[in-house]
Ligand binder design. Structure first.
Ligand SMILES: Cc1cc2nc3c(=O)[nH]c(=O)nc-3n(C[C@H](O)[C@H](O)[C@H](O)COP(=O)(O)OP(=O)(O)OC[C@H]3O[C@@H](n4cnc5c(N)ncnc54)[C@H](O)[C@@H]3O)c2cc1C
Length: 455
């Protein structure tokens, strides 16, 4: 006889979302967490990085104040105060989440758990048995072979979030989302920043036109980068860290941030022993997050889907609803919105042009330049909205660059996920003057009736 309907291992985005939805559906739940409820996203990921990015935006606003006729000056960053602001945000959200879990009658167990049989997790010598076990142990910051993280000169995002000073010179190894966000933060804080990326572009998973625009914008901001070249080695001295690339170039800095991706937390937790199918450490699942062992499910960064908090939420909810017998739709991962919160922001949903072409779609594209948008002029931001559409059919990709474009994703994802065509969106009136007008204008232009567009 099982003690619980669900035993959930890991209280991050995937695990706690599954717990909340399961409890809402009347299931009994135990949620086991070794560290803090909320996991990476709340304590070491989404929330703290966005707080730092916002502090950077305020710093840049002070620097640029004269452009808007405001007499203000940027002096320096006070990292003690920045961290207090950031930690205050985390702490309020953490308290709120703890209250939420308590109010739903979820049994919360603090401790390091291990899967000891197909239906049981052991924590602090106690055993918790469930009709279902949900694994949600998340991910950790990876490094490269031979590159040792010392937490002082060579650091990961975990250390970068608690720095008590602004480094004068930083090298960011990895030009993906996390690398670009930290490069943006430190540039705003006043550091000299250089990104090193082995692939030919920054944010290489995005549409190529997006990467090129971000590269232009970063260059304009004075963020340096080396693309298409691999890291060879790093050595430390009292003065800092020296990085050598495979093309022989050398760069020195006070700090090296290693942002080369995240790996699954799956070792020594009993997963292999219970016969779970795994690939490169990730647990493999079907489209309902079922593992190869009946009754065991896995969600979030532990499985090889997009490593995003809202994907973890979605997978956690999916599993809860499947267990409760609601037979939910599998997740369409192409329809998941993606944002890089750098300055400028990058936001997208759906397919890139290259993906759409590779999948055999007859593609038409349209790029609307934000220069024609009143609000973008007011904000003094540059960028664009690019639509990828099936010829005579639905819009299958929306790719944006510019200040605050992450906020436009709400509409973009509805357009993509409801399979709207340019003709469906063009007649919708957008409020003036908002950035969202650019979304309307792009669809009007694609539908053959451009309004504020030249040529
Ligand atoms: C710097 C950074 C910035 C990010 N920014 C964003 C963003 O802006 N937007 C976004 O959507 N995503 C962002 N992410 C990604 C996001 O944080 C992750 O996708 C998300 O946290 C994954 O959720 P999860 O539940 O799978 O894992 P996690 O959040 O990592 O949670 C796993 C939990 O399991 C616990 N655990 C592990 N092993 C055990 C064990 N044996 N026993 C008990 N507990 C255990 C851990 O302590 C942890 O709390 C960012 C990540 C980083 C690192």
């Amino acid at each position: 006889m099982a003690d619980f309907d669900l035993v959930i291992l890991g209280g991050g985005s995937g695990g706690y979302a599954c717990a909340l939805r399961s409890a809402q559906l009347g299931l009994s739940v135990v949620l086991i967490e070794a560290d803090k409820l909320g996991g990476t996203c709340l304590h070491r990921g989404c929330i703290p990085t966005k707080a730092l990015l916002h502090a950077g935006e305020v710093a840049d606003s002070a620097r640029d104040a004269a452009h808007f006729g405001v007499n203000a000056e940027f002096h320096s960053m006070d990292m003690v105060a920045v961290n207090a602001y950031k930690d205050g945000v985390i702490s309020r959200l953490h308290k709120g989440l703890q209250g939420l879990v308590k109010s739903r009658n979820i049994t919360f167990v603090q401790g390091h758990g291990r899967l000891v049989s197909k239906d049981t997790v052991e924590v602090n010598g106690e055993r918790y048995t469930g009709k279902n076990v949900v694994l949600a142990t998340g991910s950790y910051a990876r490094t490269l072979p031979g590159l040792e993280i010392d937490g002082v000169r060579i650091i990961t995002s975990d250390h970068a979030l608690t720095l008590d000073h602004v480094p004068a010179r930083v090298i960011v190894l990895g030009g993906g989302v996390i690398g670009c966000e930290f490069a943006s933060v430190w540039k705003s804080f006043g550091s000299d920043v250089r990104i090193i990326e082995a692939l030919p572009h920054l944010v290489a998973l995005e549409d190529e036109s997006t990467s090129k625009q971000l590269e232009r914008a970063f260059r304009k901001r004075g963020i340096n980068f080396e693309l298409g070249v691999r890291f060879a080695s790093a050595s430390q001295s009292d003065a800092g860290v020296k990085v050598t690339l495979e093309d022989g170039k050398e760069f020195e800095a006070d700090l090296l941030l290693v942002a080369v991706g995240r790996g699954p937390v799956s070792a020594n937790l009993g997963y292999e022993e219970q016969g779970l199918a795994m690939e490169r450490g990730y647990i493999t699942v079907d489209n309902k997050c079922r593992t190869s062992v009946p009754g065991i499910w896995a969600v979030g960064d532990l499985i090889p889907t997009l490593q995003l908090a809202h994907v973890g939420f979605g997978e956690g909810i999916l599993v809860a609803e499947e267990i409760a017998g609601l037979n939910p739709q599998p997740i369409n991962y192409d329809g998941v919105p993606r944002v890089t919160y750098s300055d400028p922001e990058v936001a997208s949903v759906g397919l890139t042009t290259a993906q759409a072409t590779a999948r055999g779609h007859d593609v038409v594209e349209l790029s609307y330049d934000l220069a024609g948008n009143g609000k973008a002029q007011i904000l003094r931001t540059a960028g664009s909205i690019k639509l990828v559409s099936q010829k005579g059919g639905p819009v299958i990709g929306i790719h944006m660059v510019g200040a605050r474009v992450g906020e436009l994703l709400a509409e973009a994802q509805l357009i993509y996920n409801w399979e709207a065509s340019a003709d469906d969106v063009a007649p919708l009136i957008h409020a003036h003057p908002t950035l969202s007008e650019a979304m309307g204008e792009a669809h009007m232009a694609l539908a053959g009736k451009p309004l504020h567009a030249h040529g």
